[in-house]
Design a binder for this molecule. Structure first.
Ligand SMILES: Nc1nc2c(ncn2[C@@H]2O[C@H](COP(=O)(O)OP(=O)(O)OP(=O)(O)O)[C@@H](O)[C@H]2O)c(=O)[nH]1
Ligand SMILES: [Mg+2]
Length: 395
C-alpha cells in the first residue's frame, strides 16, 4: 500500500488511547475542547531595537503583508512609535506582533523599559539591529532574561549588506554572511553575552538567509500549545515551512474525522456515511487559510516577490480554490466513499477500536481519507505557487 494511506504509529496510539479509555462521546468531548482551545490560543511577539533598525518592516513581513497596506506598520522616515503598538495578523487575529518604541526613545533604561512596555504580555522578544549590537541591546537582553522571557537577536537588512559587497570582484556570499555573523557575535560577547546566537535576515527576502532557522528555533522554544499557531500564521515562504504546516494539519485529521462522525452527525443520502459536514467545511477552510491560497495572500506574495499574480495563480490546480462549502464537501465524500475501501480496511485492521465505534469505522475511514486528500491537494497547490514565486524572483 502506498505511503499515502499509512497512519503514523503515534497517531494510532493517540486514537487508541482516546477511544479505549473512554466512551466515544467523551473522546469526542475532549476533541471538541481541544478545538475550542485552538481558537483561543494567543501569541504576542515583541519587536524591539534601535530606531531605524527595521522593526516596523519586520512586523509587516512577519504578518505576510507589505509596508504600504491599510493595516501595515508605518515604516521609513516617520515619527518613531512612542508606545507599544499591536499589529494583529490579518488572518489569525490572536497572533499579534507588537512594534515597540525604539531603545533610546523612552529615555531608555533597561530596567524601566520593560515595565513601560508591559513585558508580561509577550511570549518572546525579537531584538533587531541593522549594524553591530550596542550595549543597550545587551542590557535589554539581560533584563528580559531576568524576567524569564526569551529573546532572539536579529541582524536586519542583510540584503543591503550583500548588495554592497557584491560590487567586489572577490565576492563570496557565504564568507560575507560569516563575517557579519562573527562581528555581531563578537560585539555581543564584548558586552558580556556568553554564547550569543544571531539570526541574519532581510525583511524583503523573507525566505532567505537565517529566517527559516529563526522560525524553527522560535517554534521549538514555544510551549507546545503555541507552536502550531506560530507555524500556521507564518507566511508560506519556504518549502520547509510548507511541509511542516502540512504535517501539523495532518496530525489533527483523525480528531476531525472522529468528531465529525459523532456529535451532530447525520446520514448523507445515498452514502453509508454519517457526518457533520460543517466541521469538515471548517477544517478544509483552515487548510486553505494556512497555505495562503486566498486572493489577498497571493496578492501579497506577488507584491513581495514581483512575480505576477496570474503567474502565481497558474499553480492552483485544486477545485477547492474556487469554493469550499457543504455541497462541495458532500461531493468529495461521495468520491472518497468509492475510493477509500482499501484505506478503510487498512484502518480497521490496524486500529481495531475504530471498527467498534458507534458511528462505524466506514464513516470514519471515508472522512479521514477525504480530509487527507483535501490537505494534500491544497498543500501541493501552495508548494507549486511557492516554487513559481521563488524561481521567478531569483532570475
Ligand atoms: N534593504 C532593507 N531595508 C530595510 C529592511 N528593513 C527595513 N529596511 C528599511 O529601513 C528603514 C527603516 O525601517 P523601519 O522598519 O521603519 O525601522 P524602525 O526600526 O521601525 O524605525 P523607527 O520606528 O523609526 O524606530 C526603511 O526605509 C526600511 O525600508 C531590510 O531588511 N532590508
Ligand atoms: Mg517603526
Amino acid at each position: 500500500m502506498e505511503d499515502f494511506y499509512i497512519i503514523h504509529e503515534d497517531e494510532v496510539q493517540e486514537i487508541r488511547s482516546a477511544l479505549e479509555d473512554s466512551s466515544l462521546a467523551s473522546a469526542a468531548e475532549k476533541i471538541q475542547d481541544y478545538i475550542n482551545q485552538l481558537d483561543k490560543v494567543t501569541l504576542n511577539v515583541a519587536v524591539t531595537g534601535e530606531s531605524g533598525s527595521g522593526k516596523s518592516t519586520f512586523v509587516n513581513a512577519f504578518r505576510g503583508i507589505g509596508d504600504e497596506e491599510q493595516n501595515s506598520a508605518p515604516t521609513g522616515v516617520v515619527e518613531t512609535t512612542m508606545k507599544p503598538t499591536p499589529y494583529p495578523h490579518p488572518k489569525y487575529p490572536n497572533v499579534q506582533v507588537w512594534d515597540l518604541p525604539g531603545l533610546g526613545t523612552l529615555n531608555f533604561k533597561a530596567d524601566t523599559y520593560l515595565e513601560q512596555v508591559d513585558f508580561e504580555r509577550y511570549d518572546f522578544f525579537i531584538i533587531i539591529a541593522s549594524e553591530r549590537f550596542k550595549a543597550s541591546n545587551v542590557e535589554l537582553a539581560m533584563q528580559i532574561q531576568k524576567m524569564k522571557k526569551r529573546f532572539y537577536f536579529v541582524r536586519s537588512k542583510i540584503d543591503d549588506s550583500i548588495r554592497a559587497e557584491k560590487r567586489k570582484l572577490t565576492f563570496d556570499q557565504a564568507k560575507v554572511l560569516n563575517q557579519i555573523r562573527d562581528d555581531c557575535v563578537k560585539g555581543l560577547q564584548e558586552n558580556g553575552v556568553e554564547s550569543p546566537k544571531v539570526f541574519l535576515i532581510s525583511s524583503f527576502e523573507w525566505g532567505c538567509y537565517d529566517f527559516p532557522l529563526l522560525e524553527a528555533t522560535m517554534e521549538k522554544e514555544l510551549p507546545k500549545h503555541k507552536r502550531n499557531i506560530l507555524l500556521l500564521a507564518l507566511p508560506n515562504m519556504t518549502l520547509e515551512i510548507n511541509q511542516r504546516k502540512r504535517e501539523a494539519l495532518q496530525a489533527d485529521i483523525w480528531k476531525m474525522a472522529l468528531l465529525s462522525g459523532t456529535v451532530a452527525a447525520v446520514p448523507i443520502p445515498g452514502l453509508s456515511v454519517v457526518v457533520d459536514v460543517s466541521i469538515l467545511v471548517k477544517e478544509i477552510t483552515r487548510y486553505y487559510k494556512a497555505f495562503g491560497l486566498d486572493e489577498e495572500s497571493l496578492q501579497n506574495l506577488s507584491a513581495r516577490t514581483g512575480v505576477p499574480l496570474e503567474e502565481l495563480k497558474s499553480g492552483l490546480k485544486s477545485p477547492l480554490n474556487k469554493e469550499i462549502n457543504a455541497d462541495v464537501v458532500i461531493k468529495l465524500l461521495t468520491k472518497a466513499a468509492g475510493a477509500s475501501m482499501m484505506f478503510v480496511e487498512y484502518l480497521l485492521s490496524n486500529v481495531p477500536v475504530v471498527g467498534s465505534m458507534a458511528a462505524g469505522g466506514i464513516s470514519y475511514g471515508t472522512t479521514y481519507y477525504m480530509l487527507k486528500n483535501c490537505l494534500d491537494e491544497l498543500a501541493d497547490d501552495s508548494q507549486r505557487v511557492l516554487l513559481k514565486a521563488v524561481k521567478q524572483s531569483e532570475v
